[in-house]
Write a protein that binds this ligand. Sequence first.
Ligand code: NAD
Ligand code: WQD
Length: 358
Amino acid sequence: MNFRFSKMPAILVTGGAGYVGSHTVVTLLEQEDIDEIVVVDNLCNSYRHDSDKKPVALRRIEEMTGRTLHFYPIDLSDQKALAKVFENHKIECVIHFAALKAVGESVDKPLEYYQANITGTCTLIEVMRKYNVHKLIYSSSCTVYGEPQRLPLDESHPTGQGISSPYGRTKYFCEEIMKDLCNSDQKWQIISLRYFNPVGAHPSGRIGEDPAGIPNNLMPFISQVAVGRLSELMVFGDDYPTVDGSGVRDYIHVQDLAVGHVKAMKLFQKDGFSGFRAVNLGTGTGYSVLQMISAFEAASGRKIPYKIVNRRAGDIAANYADVSLAQSLLGWSATKTVDDMCRDTWNWQSRNPQGYKC
Ligand code: NAD
Ligand code: WQD
């Protein structure tokens, strides 16, 4: 009998100290039927004070919810340490966020990305199989569609062609690996959630996106300009065939995304669900860079200085999701507007100008 660890049904969240993971943990803790959450994170893109065992994001979640989280500071490649987590807890389902995600960096360090994202996922799956855990929700990306052949992007759009980065290919390869796995054994239930562009923050302003270094993505860049950490935004191109020439994307509030994971978990309980399913999570509507700047200025009351520069290598003109499968299969659709996304991002950024390192 193991007295140190409870044996209540638990959900393992890899990368749960990161941006999407931390918001999903909050939403999971709000569910009455979820007993225990276990987070594994190697802290490569999340922050903890030297004096504390847990990352700041998880500490704040504990304060916000009054619940305690189990945390293991381990790397996914450490199979032994991962196995110990499955020994200690009665894991029933895994939500797998942990990955490296910087598109540009992946071009310079492809091996690191293949190791972390593909080998890491295979190691996790191997340990799951050993402990007879076959329910997995995977963080995929609209990047698996490559250059869109048609819009909106539905799940039957070809994947794997024209993906412009090693990062994007890791997401595609992991999906293919998981499909093969499901074909090999009907016990597996895997849902790959293809996120469009996650933005926003928890409305409390206690957790949010805290990129290391200069942000690669639009929304954290805009919010760091607004708060005075950066002087000016570069708009990458104004000559795309879009509403105003700037790039168009399907921005999705991170809280809506978090709810999508809970809905996906419910699908596991439905009779007859087995195998691999990929589902888009987006709003179905695209906004341009210039529209996002205006929306953020309105939400923050701050002017965002910007200048138009050349297109960024590898960028596409526009993408947005067909979200009908998420509606019909998961009973999920986005509820938050672009104004909500900008307001919550600004609330987080203005309360935490230096992110979690305050
Ligand atoms: P994030 O970097 O904020 O969170 C990832 C977390 O995983 C971090 O806390 C990091 O420390 C941890 N981690 C990374 N490698 C690890 C490893 N080998 N072992 C253990 N922990 C590790 O990223 P995010 O934005 O929250 O993204 C979460 C997932 O969603 C990723 O898989 C990402 O590819 C995917 N995704 C993100 C976006 C986006 O724009 N944020 C879009 C589509 C898909
Ligand atoms: C959005 C728009 C830029 C920054 C990336 C990944 C994708 C997925 C989501 C993980 C584009 C423009 C941006 C800036 C700008 N991540 N922009 N100035 O490129 O759609 O997708 O994040 O899976 O895989 O590629 O997101 O936020 O970088 O860009 O003008 O400083 O903003 O050109 O039109 P993207 P993004």
